[in-house]
Design a protein around this ligand. Sequence first.
Ligand code: BYC
Length: 468
Amino acid sequence: MALDDLDRIPNNVGLAENRTLQRALEHWQPRFIEWWRTLGPTDFLDAETYLRTAISVGRDGWAQFGWVRTPDYRWGIFLAEAEPDRRIGFGDLMGAPVWQQVPGEHRTALRRLIVTQGDTEPASVEQQRRLGHSAPSLYDLRNLFQVNVEEGRHLWAMVYLLHAYFGRDGREEGEAMLARHAGDADRPRILSTFNEPIEDWLAFFMFAYFTDRDGKFQLKSLAESAFDPLSRTCQFMLTEEAHHMYVGDSGIGRVIRRTCEVMRELGSDDPGRVRDAGAVDLPTMQRYINFWFASSIDLFGAEVSSNAASYFANGVKGRPDEKRYQDHVCRDGTLVIDTPQGSEEVALRNAMNEVTRRAYVHDCENGIRRWNQIIAKAGQEFTLRVPSLRFRRSIGAWAGVCCDPEGAPLTDDAFQRRRDEWLPSDSDRGFIRSLMQRVTAPGKMAAWIAPPERGINALPVAYEYVRL
Ligand code: BYC
């Protein structure tokens, strides 16, 4: 498909031939830029950054790298190539042709999913908007801005779908995306995690590892959708999402590597001494993992969900990597779920959120394994782990039930007494913030984090990735 790269809005959706849609998006564009200038990385709008910009959807060369001030980034609309004769891959309509328009009976469900997905994207930019002031290196600062502009593009992707397929309602939803704000008491973002503050880089790396990974699984589920424009949009978003998770995974790995070096130099794993030496002690890492993992698993919704069942039955939202399953209809299957009242066997379609959550947890554990290898190789004895799915839940069967990280229920009082062993305390966060001093010399790293193994796009780590 031709790329209209000379348009004001780069796209492969034939915007030039659809004047109404083009006008609607050109009307929304200045509002988006205004939002970026007000609630994006506002203190760095003049910094020139070495950024990747999506320019096509081919396997090779889908992006180009160059120097950009973030407000001038070219946010485009790209859908993965259409699959000829694509058929619905699951649910009651399995085998029927996919939809190029929104069927009236699924309009509300599709709009709700697209709005929920879209809402997370600007939310994350808002959450991260002050981190530039404490970046541990120019390399990391560049990665932060890369993630930010791509989340902005993902918002564009969802707003395109709303404008192109949902008429006036869709345009109103597009405006509302810029009116809700992360952490705003009156108009918060839709999903819980996207209202949590991200005030330090350890939280940013955790978010990029655990929360962006929810993005991966939700996008994979939406990529299965019978609504083909949504499917193709999400497929392309996944290409960019991979880098965001890499930022989280490698970021946490580098913090751990530095901590292990400091412990070796000290000949001690005493958390107080590690902190005095300017590194992040491993028990604090574990508390951050507990917090961000628990918050992110809430994003999959309740274990038993009639919404999820009807999305699946109707072909609106599938399971991640649907092809890997044998039974795509799931009319008879069941899943045993864990509840405070004991194990419960529920109809598989009603348990689709749990199916996706379990696939996600499995994926999260790969990173934990890699980080534990860094610790073991350094000769240290400490094992990071993800907490039980019962720990600190706000959504689903375990919402509001106090449990320790192993999943043992306890009273509210007992939980409060031990809370600071399991979750970052004010004093942990204060300590982490005290480490967050900005480093701006090319190639130099803050003392709490090891350098990355390689730079961006085959450039050296010491490259000046951001001209401040
Ligand atoms: N916080 O039947 P239930 C990403 C609501 S991340 C607050 O269990 P359902 C990214 C739910 O909305 C991926 N509310 O839920 C990452 C519903 O509300 P209403 C984002 C929650 O519908 C990093 C009610 O509880 N994409 O891309 O089966 C950076 C009953 O829910 C929460 C998506 O989420 C929560 N944690 O499934 C940037 C995909 N959980 O309508 C970007 C689209 C549930 O009754 N969303 N609720 O008032 C969905 O597929 C579904 O809406 C959910 C929930 C998976 C979120």
